[in-house]
Design a protein around this ligand. Structure first.
Ligand code: SAM
Length: 299
């Protein structure tokens, strides 16, 4: 089933063009008055109401596919914390089995941020990858040491920030890239998605799980939690769709049954385009900010 979560909002945008009624009718006039009233009243109630900015969806829908899969995903947990708070895990291994099924047997697999190795051991056992490569910070090595010995498939760790993990790009490209519970921990969404594009084969798959912001427009909520002072960034679905399209992931399926009602989403993304050159984070579909300078012409 194809479902466009923003369709209603897009329809609203067509009708309510900056508060003006583009296409009359008493119901619409009434709704317009209601909207204006809510926006005016919100600050008095300690709330913020605003007209979302819709300056992207037409092109985005034309250029990128976004569909929804209704396959059952056995994960409806309210929280990701397991083992009475000892470990936390994004998707359960049962949920992962639902999504991956019998695909990717013997594939080349990359997993970013394996942490406790729960997904890693499942991938190792059920897919029998030709190689499984782990990308993580070296400071988590002590966690990896606890489960590495259980792996049966050929594997290696490439330590360092994924954004700069050039060692990954030197390897054979991956068929399946696991990017679970990592994106919103970083403010560098575009460099991370772009790096994952570079290391995945054309037509390859990325499974992406992240916390998202429920607002409908393309915004990223920046966070600086008091408890750890880490810089975090939570994208809306529209923002994520845009960033995926810009970085060469233009065929995206959302698993609708994954933890419905939560702020977590699970996307399967296909690599549809290559990144344009070493110095860019974007594909050629994104116009450069400046036209390339012809050095010869200048001399
Ligand atoms: C919340 S844990 C997610 C663990 C596991 N993937 C899951 O799905 O439950 C985030 C992991 O991503 C890793 N990570 C975060 N930013 C990273 C980066 N820029 N490069 C490499 N690893 C990163 C962290 O070290 C950590 O292991």
């Amino acid at each position: 089933m194809h479902r466009r979560p923003d369709a209603r909002a897009i329809a609203d945008r067509r009708v309510w063009n900056h508060g003006r009624v583009a296409d009359g009718g008493p119901k619409r006039i009434l709704r317009g008055a209601g909207r204006r009233l809510v926006i005016k009243a919100a600050p008095h109630l300690g709330l913020t109401a605003y007209d979302p900015t819709w300056d992207f969806p037409v092109d985005l829908d034309r250029l990128a596919e976004f569909s929804s899969s209704n396959i059952p995903v056995q994960d409806s947990r309210a929280t990701t914390v397991e083992d009475g708070g000892v470990r936390d895990l994004t998707i359960t291994v049962d949920g992962l089995a639902n999504v991956i099924g019998d695909r990717f047997k013997g594939a080349r697999v990359l997993e970013v941020g394996p942490k406790y190795g729960i997904h890693s051991l499942w991938l190792d056992e059920h897919l029998g990858p030709s190689e499984i490569v782990f990308s993580d910070f070296a400071s988590d090595r002590h966690l990896h040491d606890q489960w590495e010995g259980k792996l049966r498939s050929p594997h290696r760790f490439v330590y360092g920030d994924l954004r700069a993990a050039e060692g990954l790009a030197e390897l054979e490209p991956f068929d399946l890239t696991m990017f679970l519970g990592v994106l919103y921990h970083s403010v560098y969404h575009l460099p991370l998605l772009s790096m994952l594009n570079r290391v995945t084969r054309f037509g390859g798959t990325m499974l992406l799980e992240t916390t998202y912001d429920h607002r409908p427009d393309a915004s990223v909520r920046l966070r600086w939690p008091e408890k750890n002072l880490k810089a975090k960034a939570v994208p809306t679905v529209s923002a994520l769709r845009l960033m995926l399209a810009w970085t060469g992931w233009r065929r995206v399926t959302r698993y609708a049954d994954y933890r419905p009602g939560s702020s977590e989403l699970l996307l399967e993304c296909e690599k549809t385009d290559e990144i344009a050159g070493e110095a860019s984070d974007f594909t050629e579909l994104v116009a450069p900010q400046r036209p390339p300078v012809d050095l010869l012409e200048r001399s």
